[in-house]
Design a protein. Structure first.
Length: 175
């Protein structure tokens, strides 16, 4: 697996990842997270993925040269209050359903942790859908995150999770 920086040319692949995840969730009756319509059919979601790709915070995991997952890191999303300390926020994480069980999501979260540590940031946060059986919250807990606060966007229940990281001092003489 290779993880590289994302760019605007990755937008179609990332939309396809979300589309595969939505189809998989819908087939299991789990439409509360992202609904049942493909991301690629929603202009607002296409714009959001495009903005992520242009932000400099998108990373793409490739398996055998094929895009398998994406993470976007940056400031907290608008519906979550910023932390009272420097943080790096996982704005998005998606894994293409063609690559189950290959550790793509875990590898992308490890990359996010590494980037936070390289920036000297001691807090990594993420939010996720907290409805249904809470399976997604438990996934993030299995990756080392702990529950912070809950929130709602309309009827959509969310959970903010956080991970404390050892802060790495930056040597300005090496920069």
């Amino acid at each position: 697996m290779v993880i590289r920086e994302g760019h605007l040319g990755d937008v179609p692949a990332v939309l396809a990842m979300f589309d595969s995840a939505v189809a998989w969730l819908t087939a299991r009756g789990r439409t509360g997270q992202w609904g049942s319509e493909p991301f690629s059919a929603d202009p607002a979601r296409v714009e959001r993925v495009t903005l992520w790709a242009a932000s400099g915070g998108m990373r793409i995991a490739e398996v055998d040269g094929r895009p398998a997952g994406s993470v976007v890191v940056g400031p907290p999303v608008v519906y979550v209050a910023p932390a009272p300390e420097p943080e790096l926020y996982v704005q998005s994480l998606v894994v293409d359903r063609r690559f189950p069980g290959r550790g793509v999501g875990a590898a992308l979260l490890t990359r996010a942790r590494t980037e936070a540590a390289e920036r000297g940031v001691g807090l990594l946060r993420v939010d996720c859908y907290a409805g249904d059986d809470g399976r997604l919250v438990r996934y993030y807990e299995s990756q080392g995150f702990t529950r912070a606060e809950t929130f709602h966007v309309g009827d959509w229940p969310g959970q903010v999770l956080q991970m404390r990281l050892p802060s790495v001092p930056v040597d300005l003489n090496q920069a």
